[in-house]
Structures are given as structure tokens and as C-alpha cells.
Ligand binder design. Structure first.
Ligand code: ADP
Ligand code: MG
Length: 365
């Protein structure tokens, strides 16, 4: 039976949080950490799935609608079959060095690695339009099959990332537009330090969905279809304080993404650091998706020499990202770890993010 190995990256979002489902802007990059899926075709339409990261495997038909991790794989198959693709059954073995549930998008890495493996198995195009179609199927898998109401950032960057670049994504209208933004961190003597607080967020527990609902309500109150299109002066005049704060975050965050791209282009890293700091304050105070551990990671990183830092990903736990002079990397890492120990928190995990490659086929045999 034919076998395919494919992989897809996790991602860290440099800036632009909860903007994707509001028709706005974000600036993620692919991580070097990846999820690998090995598929072997079966003679029946069933799936048999195993992952090195999970003790329990799963076997069944897509129509059985597994709950738990198998849904991320079965959901992709269901979405592609619904598109009319003739996806055979398969046995899959999964492995990953993307931390799970850490706001670094292990879910999209798993979906996109599965989609690209299936594409190689049945001969689907992996050019730009082909990748966008696969990303759309992976988004449907996560939203409709898994039931996590996330936006499209994670799957889009996993499918379209370029090494050495962040990806400016614009979710205005129906088609996502993408502009690769060179990120010459090494030349600038900088690193992006990602700190996994080990506070596991759960995107299906309602908090993320609450923010989506609030954003929809704010857009309706402002008479716009996409909250990103609203006028900030009208937002400031909103009577509902909670909706006003949520909308203010989305609008100011879009502006900060634009500023970040301009500052990166100008090599103004100090300015970029300030924008990252402002983004964190907005997520903490207006969007209210931070937590004690994320605030601590950000404050400790800054105190030890980071140019700026913010929580990244959906929030309510997960990871923070800090822009750090390479010469201060050890100090920052140590300071964050020490601050967690002092606060009686579990030890955080650090990784250095260099902009990696999009989902790809590894081998076909
Ligand atoms: P994130 O995408 O930030 O890591 P999510 O909550 O969106 O967090 O997705 C994490 C979930 O995705 C895991 O709890 C698990 O169900 C599934 N998952 C991700 N990677 C793997 C993997 N390598 N093996 C099995 N399941 C995985
Ligand atoms: Mg995810």
C-alpha cells in the first residue's frame, strides 16, 4: 500500500491577536517545531490513528465523529471528502515536537500535516491555490468537526509560511491576502524567545467562543459586518463597557500590526518592542484574555532586558513571546524561570523561534 510522510509547523504569532475572525490583520511565523504524519493507505475507508503524544489510539469511520485528539485528523478527512476529494482510509502515525495546548498551534500543525499527506496520497496540487484550499478544509475541520471556534490564522500560516519571514495576513472579505515580511532577526542581533507557561488553554471550553460572541455583538451594535471595519471614535462612544473594550482591542491591535510591519521594515526594533508591550496591555485590560502566569512571563522578560513582550495565541494560558537582544537571552530565560519559581508556579519551558517552513511532503513510497 502507498505510504506518505508529511509535516507541518507550529506557529508563534508576533502580533495581531483575535483579529483573524474579525476581518483584521495578524503577523505569525512558522516555528521550526513540526508535526509529522505518516499515512499508509487502507483498502477500506476507515482510519486507524496513533500518536506518540497520546496514550490512546483511535480506530473508526469518519462518521463516528471521535472526540479528543483523533477529531483533528478525522475532521480533515471529513472536510476533504465533503469537498468531493476521494480520500481513502488510512493508518496514521503521528509525532511532534510542537508543545500541545501551549498556544503554538499544535492543532493546525496536526491538521495541515494530515491534509498535505492526503494531498500527496491522492495527487492534489500543493501550489498556492491548492494550499489555500487545504487550509480552508483544515479550518472547517477545527471549527465544525472538532468544535473549536478559532479563526483562520493558524492553518493559513502553517500552509503558506516562508522561511526567514513572518506572514502578514489580512482577513478582510472572503479571501485571505498574504504578504511575506522579511524578519532579519539574526542580522539585528535579536531572538524571539517563546515561553510556554504550561498553563494549558482549552479552546473548546467556551472562553474563546465568548470573545467571538462579544465581537459579533460589538460589530452588530456598530452596524459593520467585520469588527475590524468599525470606526474607533464610534467604538469609544459605545454604551456597553465590555463590548467597547473588546472592540477597542480589535481596532487598536490592527493598527499595531500595521505599525509592527513598518517598524520591522525600518529596522526600528526598539519601536517594535514598544508595540509588543502595548499589545499585551490591550489583551490584558481590554480583551481580558491574559492570566497571572502570562503577565509574569512578560514582566520578567522585560525586566531582564527584552525590548518588548506579549502573550501570544488565543490566551487564557499558553505562551508569551519576547523580543530579546541575543546577548541578553540567557539573562531573560533565567529571570523568567526564577520569577515563576518565586511565585510557586510550575517551571516554564522556553524555545527560540526562528521563522520556519510551511507544511511539506517529506517522503512518498
Ligand atoms: P494548540 O493548537 O495551541 O496547541 P489546541 O487546544 O488548539 O492548542 O490543540 C491542542 C490539541 O490538539 C491537543 O490537546 C490534541 O487534542 C491535539 N493535538 C495536537 N498535536 C497533537 C499530536 N501530535 N498528537 C495528538 N494530538 C495532537
Ligand atoms: Mg490550536
Amino acid at each position: 500500500m502507498p505510504a506518505v510522510v508529511a509535516s507541518a509547523p507550529g506557529r508563534v504569532n508576533l502580533i495581531g491577536e483575535h483579529t483573524d475572525y474579525n476581518g483584521g490583520l495578524c503577523l505569525p511565523l512558522a516555528l521550526p517545531q513540526r508535526t509529522t504524519v505518516r499515512l499508509e493507505t487502507r483498502s477500506d475507508p476507515r482510519l486507524r490513528l496513533r500518536s506518540r503524544q497520546e496514550s490512546d489510539g483511535w480506530e473508526g469511520a469518519v462518521e463516528d465523529r471521535p472526540t479528543g485528539w483523533a477529531a483533528y485528523v478525522a475532521g480533515v478527512v471529513a472536510a476533504l471528502r465533503a469537498d468531493g476529494d476521494d480520500v481513502p482510509g488510512f493508518d496514521a502515525e503521528i509525532d511532534s515536537d510542537v508543545p500541545l495546548g501551549a498556544g503554538l498551534s499544535s492543532s493546525a500543525a496536526l491538521e495541515c500535516a494530515t491534509a498535505v499527506a492526503v494531498a500527496a496520497l491522492i495527487g492534489l496540487d500543493l501550489d498556492d491555490p491548492g494550499r489555500r484550499r487545504l487550509a480552508a478544509a483544515c479550518i472547517r475541520a477545527e471549527n465544525d468537526y472538532v468544535g473549536a471556534p478559532t479563526g483562520g490564522m493558524d492553518q493559513t500560516v502553517a500552509m503558506l509560511a516562508r522561511p526567514g519571514h513572518a506572514l502578514l495576513l489580512d482577513f478582510a472579505g472572503d479571501d485571505v491576502t498574504q504578504v511575506p515580511v522579511p524578519l532579519p532577526l539574526e542580522d539585528a542581533g535579536l531572538v524571539l524567545l517563546v515561553t510556554d507557561t504550561r498553563v494549558s488553554h482549552t479552546l473548546t471550553d467556551g472562553s474563546y467562543g465568548d470573545r467571538r460572541t462579544e465581537c459579533r455583538a460589538a460589530a452588530a451594535a456598530l452596524g459593520v459586518t467585520e469588527l475590524s471595519r468599525a470606526d474607533l471614535r464610534r467604538v469609544e462612544a459605545m454604551a456597553d463597557l465590555v463590548l467597547r473594550r473588546r472592540a477597542r482591542h480589535v481596532l487598536t491591535e490592527n493598527d499595531r500590526v500595521r505599525s509592527a510591519v513598518a517598524l520591522i521594515g525600518a529596522g526600528d526594533w526598539t519601536g517594535l518592542g514598544r508595540v509588543l508591550d502595548a499589545s499585551h496591555v490591550s489583551m490584558r485590560d481590554d480583551f481580558e484574555i491574559s492570566c497571572r502566569e502570562l503577565d509574569l512571563a512578560v514582566t520578567a522578560a522585560r525586566g531582564a532586558g527584552a525590548l518588548g513582550a506579549r502573550m501570544t495565541g488565543g490566551g487564557f494560558g499558553g505562551s508569551a513571546v519576547a523580543l530579546v537582544p541575543a546577548s541578553a537571552l540567557d539573562d531573560v530565560r533565567r529571570a523568567v524561570t526564577a520569577a515563576f519559581a518565586e511565585a510557586g508556579l510550575a517551571e516554564p519551558a522556553h524555545l527560540v523561534a526562528t521563522p520556519g517552513e510551511a507544511a511539506r511532503v517529506e517522503t512518498v513510497s
